[in-house]
Write a protein that binds this ligand. Sequence first.
Ligand code: RIB
Length: 323
Amino acid sequence: MAARAWRLRALAATLAIVFKRGHWWENDAMDVHILGSINVDTILSVDALPTAGETVLAAQVTRLPGGKGANQAVAAARMGARVTMTGAVGADADGDWMRAVLKGEEVDVRGIATLAGVPTGAAMIAVDAAGENQIIVAPGANALLAPETAPKPGLILAQLEIPLDTIASAFAASAGPRLLNAAPFIPAACALFAHTDLLIVNQHELAGYADVPAISGPAEAIAAARALRAHPQQQIVVTLGGQGAVAVFGDAAIHAPALSVTPRDTVGAGDCFCGAMAALIAEEMDLAAVLPLANAAAALCTQTVGAIPAMPARAAVMAALAG
Ligand code: RIB
């Protein structure tokens, strides 16, 4: 019953925005600027993830486009946003491929630098039969993405697979909303929180930043997020996997349940959530309407292998919510 109410609320908010614009295709939303990593993902499908010192055999190996920044850029673009990206690749075939993939998704790639003498970022990803994963990233060019102080129009969304200084200078120059997906968990990233308008973390990252042993559900996530808030205006969104997501803002807190699916591959689901959120916030939707849509996008993302290929189109998200 609660899930149905959330769906109706999200659909009503979307219809209100369509009505306000007059035409679905007239996009007067803010630009979404993604500052982040670009990787080529090597995905190994295994029955069970290896434990320390263990060797396991993979049934299949697939090379797919990924990287938290690139994933979020595509998720936002497929949700209908105008997306620009700042990032770095090496002067190699992988870099050329990633640039072409992003361009094919209509992401403005003019802010992607090609750096000589360093490879494009790479990720080795093991995915088990239940869709859970383990990821090791070799940052390559991502680690050399230099700070840039030219302000970008619109909303900015960054993650932590690039240097923290680069994020700090972009946030300092930004006149629009600053969104930070503080993933992967990097303790030093706390220094960015005071300059962040909307912080997005998963329950494990929240436990790390809030310095608590674990977060097991919505009530604990709301309490820990409130305690973590760096300033009273800050909004925090916490993703909880199969338990959906919570948001704290002002004196309010909300919980939006997840869309119920059997995951096939969870790689990129968090990025999908963040990219979809950014696109919807750029349309000035409020968090209560955004959360169910971002949850639905992330659930759909788990139905397909890989990150970028799994990002759903807006129509698919709307259909999943309506169904
Ligand atoms: O969040 C998933 C992403 O993490 C993968 O695409 C991988 O490249 C790493 O950046």
